[in-house]
Design a protein around this ligand. Structure first.
Ligand SMILES: [Fe+2]
Ligand SMILES: [Fe+2]
Length: 201
């Protein structure tokens, strides 16, 4: 759904977060689908590791993680209002506007919000690609081990594989982020967690 909105949260809330416990409690409350939880944890983990790879401090790494962890939180319960509900929830809880904005721009085609900041761009870039790489790991007997960029690219070209994953979004996101697709794929292969992490559903 188009959000018809371009300002998210309040500037005075910069730096405000939900603790990991609070974020996981929200997910536990809203999401029953374990695959969706894995997806959000994967994207959160990629975001955190990417921020770390850029030398950002632990506080910032956590903010990046939170944007990834919560980006699809409302998808299961309110598919027609995705991602308006999670945005309203985070706004009402006075969360950092940068985190809210990143979530709001993770699908520019759908939500009508352009990714602007680096956090926005990378959430958009990791979202679909993470899903495709995970689907590929599930069909490989060795899972993630020994996975290569060229194998992922082959699946990207095969439009029947994980057909719900938007190839257009993946290409658009990596070009917006100004990161070569091979490098992005390599990063996802190396940094993706492959199962639920410390989360008791
Ligand atoms: Fe989404
Ligand atoms: Fe997603």
């Amino acid at each position: 759904m188009n959000l018809n909105k371009s300002d998210f949260g309040k500037t005075e809330n910069a730096g405000n977060i939900l603790t990991n416990e609070e974020a996981l409690a929200l997910l536990k409350d809203w999401v029953k689908n374990e695959k969706l939880i894995v997806h959000m944890q994967q994207v959160g983990h990629l975001m955190k590791n990417y921020a770390a790879s850029k030398g950002y401090n632990v506080k910032d790494q956590y903010r990046w993680y939170l944007a990834g962890l919560l980006h699809d939180a409302d998808w299961e319960k309110w598919p027609d209002s995705h991602c308006r509900i999670i945005i309203e929830e985070l706004e009402s809880r006075n969360v950092d506007p940068e985190i809210i904005r990143a979530i709001a721009s993770h699908g520019p085609k759908y939500f009508g919000v352009e990714p602007v900041t680096e956090m926005d761009m990378m959430l958009y870039a990791f979202d679909e690609l993470s899903g495709l790489v995970h689907a590929y790991s599930l069909m490989r007997p060795e899972g993630y081990s020994g996975m290569e960029v060229k194998g992922v690219k082959k699946r990207l070209k095969d439009k029947t594989f994980a057909a719900q994953v938007s190839r257009e979004d993946i290409a658009d996101a990596s070009s917006r982020a100004g990161i070569d697709q091979d490098i992005l794929i390599e990063f996802v292969i190396k940094n993706q967690i492959d199962a639920l992490k410390n989360f008791d559903i």
